[in-house]
Design a protein around this ligand. Structure first.
Ligand code: F3S
Length: 645
């Protein structure tokens, strides 16, 4: 077990109950929560269902940043609900236009040494300021707001030792892409990445936040940096020096695993389609024609990032063969660029300025043309996330993105003949919190017709007569399970949103997944989903559990299930099982029957679960599954989910 690490110190300071043994559940007190609108409506509906009069955390903030397009009333209906329920329950509200949750939280609310859970998988952005910041499903966030502790497996700590200093045009984004090339997106469940070493001091808080943000793609519980002089400087510039506390690992700290990254050896990198760990150097890709460049997202839209972009674009013209669109991460960033004239330099170059928010990162507009290479400073490039089928999305740093925008093709910025702009971090940021709405008021909650209620589940049956409704392959993301984009506006209306579960697997002439699952449910049987490796990776989208639950799914069986998704399945009464013998994955097919006798009795911590598989030709076989469910998880599943409990 790791000793003397920052992670261990924060857990110790927030320890409620549980084990200090790696992999065993530990419950920690949560100081802060954040929600965003895509997951937040369900989180607050769940909080309401718990009859909690007001939140019990030190600070909770509700952000609107994902769904701001108002092409129909649904999104604005959600915003009004979120605004009113925040006021009624003691939550601060950050309305559309104020910025992306992680960027604003880092600027205005993040505090070193505190715990934060957020209903968004990139909540670990807060690790850049020394928080233990974890992404979770909306229901877990609702429970934290209700004052309940949050359970995680006691983490394995991967220490990443940084030495040296980044060279010009080589960025924090390249550091995390490098780490993704080493650790990949698979096999890191239950770990925390902690950065240490002399290279840490050379990185500013926004640079560190880029690194911890995209640590989410590793599948780890969170990533974090120590809190040091850079942290104090950042907080002072945000007029929050009083929030600074130093936080460092002991000099003799022991990590479970150590990886060394020499910052001076980092070169511009790109994550190629369609996985964040499919890494190549920009050098290797040089000359590849590009049709679209997008700069923004919670990974790369800090003041530093966009000031560098503006200084590079100044006096130049974006290539005629690309569109360049830029979404500032927060109103603070946009306002500062507007006041110091950099916004004018960006506009004059031919770039398009998008609204401050997630925008194209969540498929809200800017889908690329067919057969077009799209280069993004975002954190995810899963197939189809852009909104275009067969998309070719690459993830790069803002430094690389701006060089590509000027040339229209993959260009190593070090060789583009442009002088590296010397961005000076502001000594004082533009502080203007006038959009943050404080709780209070009449307490009346605005509930328009599109605001539904969380669906009700039944307790887990003892005899589970299941049918495999779908069998999928490796790396199925929550985007595959529950598409976002234009469908996201139905997130508060589960019967409507559930119609598009696994939409990307639907085939012409065959009933959709939703139709097949409903038919199984209505016949009195249970739906079963079979997945392969890293099932449920990606976002914290709990709709990827709620909507299958609504359609009657009771079991997900896979070779491996990602942490947040597994927790969401438990919260909504779906049993997450792992094949004890991976070869059994090949034995199972769609429409096969899988019966679990005495399932309620079979579910015990650490004990296998046996199911009886019957193929269409009548052949039978016993299949053994493992799970990582704690006694508490099992209690939740038996009740049919956390809300029932
Ligand atoms: Fe938003 Fe994309 Fe981040 S959807 S929260 S900018 S990953």
């Amino acid at each position: 077990m790791a000793r003397g690490t920052v992670v261990q110190k924060i857990i110790e300071a927030h320890f409620v109950e549980g084990s200090r043994e790696t992999g065993k559940p530990v419950a920690i007190r949560i100081d802060q929560t954040l929600t965003q609108d895509a997951t937040g409506t369900m989180a607050y509906l769940e909080l309401e269902a718990m009859n909690v009069p007001g939140v019990k955390t030190e600070l909770s903030v509700s952000y609107v940043d994902h769904n701001m397009m108002q092409n129909g009333p649904e999104n604005r209906n959600d915003h009004l609900y979120l605004q009113s329920v925040a006021a009624a329950k003691g939550v601060r509200f950050s309305p559309p236009g104020n910025g992306i949750c992680h960027q604003v939280h880092l600027e205005r609310f993040g505090v070193p040494g505190k715990t934060l859970i957020g209903s968004d998988s990139h909540t670990p952005t807060g690790g850049g300021i020394g928080m233990m910041a974890i992404g979770a499903g909306g229901l877990d966030v609702a429970l934290a707001m209700a004052g309940k502790p949050f359970r995680i497996p006691y983490p394995k700590v991967i220490g990443v030792k940084l030495t040296g200093k980044l060279s010009p045009w080589c960025a924090a984004k390249d550091v995390i892409l490098k780490l993704l090339s080493i650790l990949t997106t698979k096999g890191n469940v239950g770990s925390v990445v902690e950065y240490f070493g002399p290279g840490v001091a050379t990185l500013t808080v926004p640079q560190r936040a880029t690194i911890t943000n995209m640590g989410a793609e590793l599948g780890v519980t969170t990533s974090l940096f120590p809190s040091d002089e850079s942290t104090r400087v950042f907080l002072k510039a945000q007029d929050r020096e009083k929030d600074f506390v130093p936080l460092a690992a002991d000099p003799d700290a022991e990590y479970d695993q150590v990886i060394e990254i020499r910052l001076d050896e980092i070169e511009p990198l790109a994550a190629c389609p369609s996985s964040p760990d499919n890494i190549k150097s920009v050098r290797e890709l040089a000359g590849t024609k590009v049709g679209q460049v997008l700069i923004g997202s919670c990974t790369n839209s800090s003041y530093r990032d966009l000031a560098m972009v503006a200084m590079t674009l100044k006096g130049r013209r974006v290539s005629e063969s690309v569109t360049l669109s830029i979404a500032p991460g927060s109103r603070q960033v946009l306002e500062m660029l507007a006041r110091n004239g950099m916004l004018a330099d960006i506009i004059a170059s031919g770039a398009r300025i998008l609204e401050t928010g997630c925008g194209p990162c969540i498929g809200q507009g800017q889908s690329p043309a067919d057969d077009t290479v799209s280069v993004r400073t975002f954190n995810r490039n899963f197939a189809g996330r852009t909104g275009t089928k067969g998309d070719q999305a690459y993830l790069v740093s803002p430094e690389t993105a701006v060089a590509i925008a000027l040339t229209g093709e993959f260009t190593d910025p070090r060789t583009a003949g442009i002088e590296y702009p010397n961005v000076v971090e502001p000594e004082v940021f533009e502080i203007n919190d006038n959009m943050i709405q404080l709780p209070g008021g009449s307490g009346e909650i605005v509930r328009k017709r599109t605001i539904g209620a969380p669906p009700v589940n039944q307790p887990l049956p003892d005899e589970l007569d299941g049918v495999v409704v779908i069998k999928v392959g490796d790396k199925i993301t929550t985007d595959h399970i529950m598409p976002a984009g234009i469908h996201l506006k139905h997130r508060s209306n589960i019967p409507v949103y559930a119609k598009v579960v696994f939409e990307c697997f639907n085939e012409a002439g065959r009933p959709t997944f939703a139709e097949r699952a409903s038919a199984v449910r209505d016949s009195g049987k249970a739906g079963i989903i079979v997945g392969r490796d890293s099932y449920g990776q990606g976002s914290s989208r709990e709709h990827a559990a709620i909507c299958p639950m609504y359609l009657g799914v009771k079991v997900v069986a896979a070779l491996a299930i990602e942490r947040i998704h597994s927790a969401n399945l438990v919260n909504f009464g779906i049993v997450p099982l792992v094949f004890a013998n991976p070869a059994d994955y090949d034995s199972i097919g769609e429409n096969d029957s899988l019966v679990f006798h005495s399932l309620r009795g079979q579910l015990r911590p650490g004990e296998p679960v046996r199911g009886e598989l019957t193929k269409a030709d009548g052949t039978k076989k016993e299949i053994v599954f493992n799970h990582r469910l704690s006694a508490e998880d099992i209690r939740i599943i038996l009740a049919g989910g956390m809300l029932n409990l």
